[in-house]
Write a protein that binds this ligand. Structure first.
Ligand code: CP
Length: 331
């Protein structure tokens, strides 16, 4: 992948040093989890821990002072957009927030994605893009001369979510190798599941996929799991996996991806994690969810210390702080 034009305030004398420190991420588009080997993951996780410590001690720093992030969201978002904005602001940078479903931007007048990113790069040093079409982030990156970070492209990938998910597992359970991880819900359209599954193939884990028949994991991803030699099983029933799971990763059925809404109605209430079900789970395990939830986890589970989904949300900010600093060459 080509390294892009460095941001204006980049210190060229320090370029080689920061390139090493940022582990090859400086100036890169972040489009897929396939860009992250274990070295890069360890690097981002170490930086995220530093960011967490810094935020908890002093709230913010001016590491990215003078840099600007354009947040371009063609689909709704609460967590991804807010955490990227918070990440940039806590690092002293500025934000162009086009996060109201682009209806107040010139996209509503028919401007193309290509022209929109070529406009935003005139103002910003990095663009975060969410788009309903798979491959849109790659298209934007082909046109932009500043790094583009994929914040979700349709049912494709959501790489920064997968980074924060993996980081959460590591921080909550102290390891990744040896864990039994069960993914529940919409495995067909759930891009967070696709990205996290691909990342987990680098580890010695067991995977359990729990979904209704029509929402099974896409075959191309299942084939990657099998080729990686992972211990894997599919089932329709959470009861088959709850007792042994170290991680229960629950997802929402993605109504917006269904062309036939009667199919959505058939499967939308298929799963609900309840306190009764949690009684069957290990004492030391975690329940995760990328959120938003629409009924998959009962609110009374929130009081269970194993409910990790709001800690997961907070980790997103630290991971995105680490990633922005790395992409902008500020180690
Ligand atoms: N997890 C996630 O992507 O949440 P948002 O859709 O709120 O950004």
């Amino acid at each position: 992948m080509n390294v892009k034009q460095l941001p204006p305030l980049f210190n060229f004398e320090a370029m080689e040093k920061t390139a090493v420190f940022s582990n090859g991420l400086t100036g890169q588009d972040i489009l897929s989890v396939s860009q992250f080997d274990k070295d890069k993951l360890d690097y981002i996780f170490a930086r995220a821990r530093e960011m967490r410590e810094m935020v908890e001690r002093v709230g913010g720093t001016d590491l990215l002072k003078g840099h600007v992030l354009a947040c371009l969201f063609y689909e709704p978002s609460t967590r991804t957009s807010s955490s990227f904005i918070a990440a940039m602001e806590r690092l002293g940078g500025g934000v162009i927030p086009i996060t109201q479903g682009v209806k107040f931007s010139s996209v509503s007048k028919g401007e193309t994605l290509a022209d929109t990113v070529r406009t935003l790069e005139q103002y910003a040093d990095v663009i975060v893009l969410r788009h309903p079409e798979m491959g849109a982030a790659k298209l934007a990156a082909d046109y932009a001369s500043v790094p583009v970070i994929n914040a979700g492209d349709g049912p494709g990938e959501h790489p920064t979510q997968a980074l924060l998910d993996l980081f959460t597992i590591r921080e909550e359970l102290g390891r990744i190798d040896g864990l039994k991880i069960a993914m529940v819900g919409d495995l067909r359209y759930g891009r967070t599941v696709h990205s996290l599954t691909k990342l987990l193939l680098q580890y010695n884990v067991s995977l359990r996929f729990v979904s209704p028949e029509i929402l099974r994991l896409p075959l191309n991803i299942m084939n990657q799991v099998i080729d990686a030699g992972i211990n894997v099983r599919e089932t329709h029933d959470v009861a088959d996996v709850i007792e042994n799971a170290d991680v229960l990763y629950v997802t929402r059925v993605q109504k917006e991806r269904f062309s036939d809404l009667s199919q959505y109605e058939e499967v939308k209430d298929h799963y609900e994690i309840t306190p009764e079900l949690m009684q069957k789970a290990k004492k030391k395990m975690i329940v995760m969810h990328p959120l938003p939830r629409v009924g998959e986890i009962h609110y009374s589970v929130d009081h269970d210390p194993r409910a990790a989904y709001f800690r997961q949300v907070r980790n997103g900010m630290f991971i995105r702080m680490a990633l922005l600093a790395a992409v902008l060459g500020k180690a």
